[in-house]
Design a protein around this ligand. Sequence first.
Ligand SMILES: Cc1cc2nc3c(=O)[nH]c(=O)nc-3n(C[C@H](O)[C@H](O)[C@H](O)COP(=O)(O)O)c2cc1C
Length: 208
Amino acid sequence: MANVLVVYYSSYGHIHEMALAAAEGVKQVDGTEVKVVKVPEFEITKKYMSQQDAYVKAQEAQEDIPEATQDDLKWADGIVWGIPTRFGMMPAQMKQFLDSAGGLWANGDLEGKATAVITSSNTIHGGQESTAITSFVPFMHFGMIYVGLPYGENPEQMTAEGIGGSPYAASTVAGPDGSKQPADGEKQMASRLGARVAKVAKALKGNI
Ligand SMILES: Cc1cc2nc3c(=O)[nH]c(=O)nc-3n(C[C@H](O)[C@H](O)[C@H](O)COP(=O)(O)O)c2cc1C
């Protein structure tokens, strides 16, 4: 049995939806248990962004998702991180969650766990790849084993359409005003990534 955690932060719901797609992929792998949790929001972000309808609606839709704890990270054999782009890299909420896990780093608690990223940005060149690649850096410090999303599993990546998905991460393009919802092909790639992390986590468990 391998435990897979899908831990995400989402202001407007795109990463929430992609995280649920990844969890569905995990469920397709026998002998795995999946848990979906969200990184806590900042009070200052609530104060300023609660004036936006899209933010309020997306937060209401996530009310039933439990907040992530460090015990969740320890429980997991594999971790899928849902990380939207903020100025080309991860949001401060996610960075704060990682920065508070220095004790896990010191104990080596996350070493050897399979890990992967799902991301989202409004524009196709606005951080789809840079967010995944820069997120890789702290995950290497934690000693996790990065799982990519190769072309071989994802014919969607060979399309000329403006959709997310790269060898580095599953992703969605939210569109200039953020109103585009994750496309079926983008969710399919997130689901395959969830399944891939589950398979790698199972294979690694007890062997590393
Ligand atoms: C403070 C801030 C910075 C952002 N920076 C970028 C950016 O650098 N490039 C981009 O394409 N989109 C950017 N966006 C748009 C977000 O990436 C987009 O809203 C997000 O991926 C949607 O995911 P979510 O619905 O899960 O929050 C930014 C949004 C905010 C609020």
